[in-house]
Design a protein around this ligand. Sequence first.
Ligand code: ADP
Ligand code: MG
Length: 618
Amino acid sequence: MDKYQILKKHFGYETFRGAQEQLIDSILGGRDTLGIMPTGAGKSLCYQIPALLFEGITLVVSPLISLMKDQVGSLNAAGIHAAYLNSSLTPVQYRKALEYARQGRYPIIYVAPERLMTPEFLDFAGSVKIAMVAVDEAHCISQWGQDFRPSYLRITEFVRGLPRRPVVSAFTATATREVRDDILDMLELQNPTVVTTGFDRGNLFFAVQTPKDRYQAIRTYLEAHPGQSGIIYCLTRKNVEEVCQSLIRDGFPATRYHAGLPDEERKKNQEDFIYDRAPVMVATNAFGMGIDKSNVRFVLHCGMPKNLEAYYQEAGRAGRDGEPAECILYYSGQDVITNRFFIERGPEDAEMDPAMRRLIKERDEERLRKMTFYCFTNDCLRAYILRYFGEYGESYCGNCANCLTQFEETDVTETARAILECVADCRQRYGVNVILDTVHGANTAKIRNYRMDQNVSYGKLAKVPIYRLRQVMNHLQFAGYLAVTADEYAIVKLTPDSAKVLRDGQTVRMKLAKETEREEKSGGAAAKKRGRRGLSGEQSFGAGEESLFEKLRALRMEIAREEKVPPYIVFSDKTLTHMCIVKPRTRAEMLSVSGVGEFKYEKYGERFLACVREALGT
Ligand code: ADP
Ligand code: MG
């Protein structure tokens, strides 16, 4: 068999995507290889296919038990013998697996990095032919990243000790230069092929909204997307509890995950999510590393994360199958304060010296600022993210809320000046809300206590709607006419540029959504208007196809239950979508569906054919 035959027979795909073929050829040519590609690009295939063509065993180093389990499950479902060796096995199971491995039963073995240097494993590795060591999630070796794992440092030692040096390949989605250099150095890659592809995830739709009631917004979203699987990230454990409880009360199939739960419950909830028993996960950022669930259709953020690295990583857990998926951030000014608190508290590492601590704090402040501007910008959200990661390209993507909203350049000088004057009048002592309430003329206890109701600015902008005041306030920060102090009080201060508007008569212009569009942007109707897009956005579903999809999905769930595997391991959402378009009637037609290989056809093909036939009434 060659690489194309394996791709078709076991994985059910006709063609390689992006840089896959280049990486596979490099590995097959015996060269060390580093592949840096975004989540969902299909990195696994890049080492799995060579592993099946090599004579000898491929060891895959992977950081998490759940990841290994998932990957081995997928391989087994595709008719490939693979196993994992980690602490979830009992000693008896472990020895049994090693014995089978020695007999050459598994071309691919996943192994936890902690295992590599144990005597039992070394003995095994010395007695068989290791053709390749593939390091998945290779950024775990770098102390620069957020996911540093000390045990990854042992990989090099392990490779050095082997009787014959295997090909070493490494894969990651983390693109920063420091991390890449760390991987190259620390894994001691020899004359490697390095391939980096773009970081854009074209199938992800991005939006930022500032609803008055975030829970209501989430609820409305879930009501509009019944049956879909998604993750709702919250900033704090308390918030996770509240949101999850409310969702369950309101009848949604939700579960929760945060570091405060007992291990057992976390494990159970995670499985409920993966197996679609509870397709909606409410979690803190503790959740997600090692989640390869491919059919996550949305990631909602109830609160802004501390930086864009974290946001893109979390949001990126949506749509790994390449199908359209949505990433919506529900922002509130309070989020800045919560994140400041996290930054202020600093990293847990008590050993760190004060100079280092200060440096990190400054870096984190800057990252938070850029994250906040993501929430304010009216430009293309995707372009903003990519630019942050050093990629420059189109400034219009057509698949984010900003690109789909019509904006017009508006002169907001009058409003801007009144806000700046108010900041000056109160001698730069208050935060955003007090300033806005003052110019808006709000009659609240706080305003009276601060005597802002007697300030000359009080009620000056009573006629301007509060959401507009907030937009202008955000823009003034974004454009540098105002700054907010980086402490828990978040005091609004004038900047050197403030005088340009206050004194020199400079005008302030900003892009504002046209009035008719505003409702849509905040109500999610824009998303509805786009409709459900089919494969790669080329086709869209008709009504009949929608119901066929539901029937196929139900059959997939039934099979997943029988086989005790997660539904997406039976077939991905993408495969089901494609099936709705092809409407296969014969074996050959079914095999033409993306993701249906001969092996899976033998197992499930007939049942899905019957389902299509029945649904279409023939
Ligand atoms: P990564 O590790 O890069 O995040 P995965 O290896 O988990 O991505 O693959 C993501 C999804 O893409 C999987 O569902 C996989 O089956 C699918 N995939 C991989 N290669 C192809 C291909 N050539 N054509 C279509 N789908 C593919
Ligand atoms: Mg992967």
